[in-house]
Unconditional design. Structure first.
Length: 216
């Protein structure tokens, strides 16, 4: 472990220890790479112990002297280097050092790829939001057009009705002058048709003040 730590620090990669899992780690290319040295154990003895109504197995282990360096966290990507029949761990420390550096480089590449994906996703999100705004604006225009056409058609029908009613009242001999009640009624109805028609200026109406009720 001392030889590995000295090699790492000689390369400019500081080693630090913290609490919890993966306590020992090294900063490589700005990313912390955990590593650990463990010693293999083997079963020394096994016995059954009866406690009340059940029995449990007690196993004793003893160290083997075989060491193993594990690089990375406890995932499937963790690299392992161990004592073997042809070499001891001390002889392959350069390979362990290389594994740590590759792990740091892999973390750097992964971070860059993640940042690139984040930027691309942000771009897609902006494009999607912009598309949504364009669709909403187009839908509003279509809705406004449909409303105008509908109101224009309603105004036309309303004028046809007013014209027919006006002829009927004339035939019945009613006074349709601007001072007469029915004449004022005809004028009011024509104003309502004009208010509905999007092609003509809207005459003023008491209905224009409806919004004032919300401020009371």
């Amino acid at each position: 472990m001392n030889a590995l730590v000295l090699s790492l620090e000689a390369e400019g990669f500081p080693v630090n220890v913290q609490q919890g899992k993966h306590g020992t780690g090294v900063q490589i290319f700005g990313y912390r790479v955990p590593f650990v040295i463990v010693e293999k154990v083997r079963e020394k003895s096994r016995r059954e112990v009866k406690e009340y109504s059940w029995t449990r197995t007690i196993i004793e282990y003893e160290p083997t002297g075989d060491l193993e360096i594990r690089v990375g966290d406890y995932s499937y990507r963790q690299k392992k280097y161990r004592d073997g029949k042809k070499h001891r761990l001390e002889a392959i420390l350069p390979a362990c050092l290389g594994a740590l550096m590759r792990e740091g480089r892999s973390s750097l590449i992964s971070a860059k790829l993640a940042e690139q994906r984040r930027i691309e996703q942000q771009k897609k999100d902006r494009e999607r939001a912009d598309l949504g705004r364009q669709i909403a604006e187009e839908e509003k225009k279509v809705k406004d057009l449909e409303t105008w056409v509908s109101n224009w058609a309603r105004a036309q029908r309303m004028r046809e009705f007013i014209s027919a009613l006006e002829k009927l009242w004339v035939q019945q001999g009613h006074d349709l002058s601007s001072e007469a009640q029915k004449g004022q009624r005809i004028i009011w109805m024509k104003q309502q048709a004009d208010r509905l028609d999007p092609m003509v200026p809207s005459p003023p109406s008491i209905l224009d003040r409806k919004g004032e009720l919300n401020s009371w």
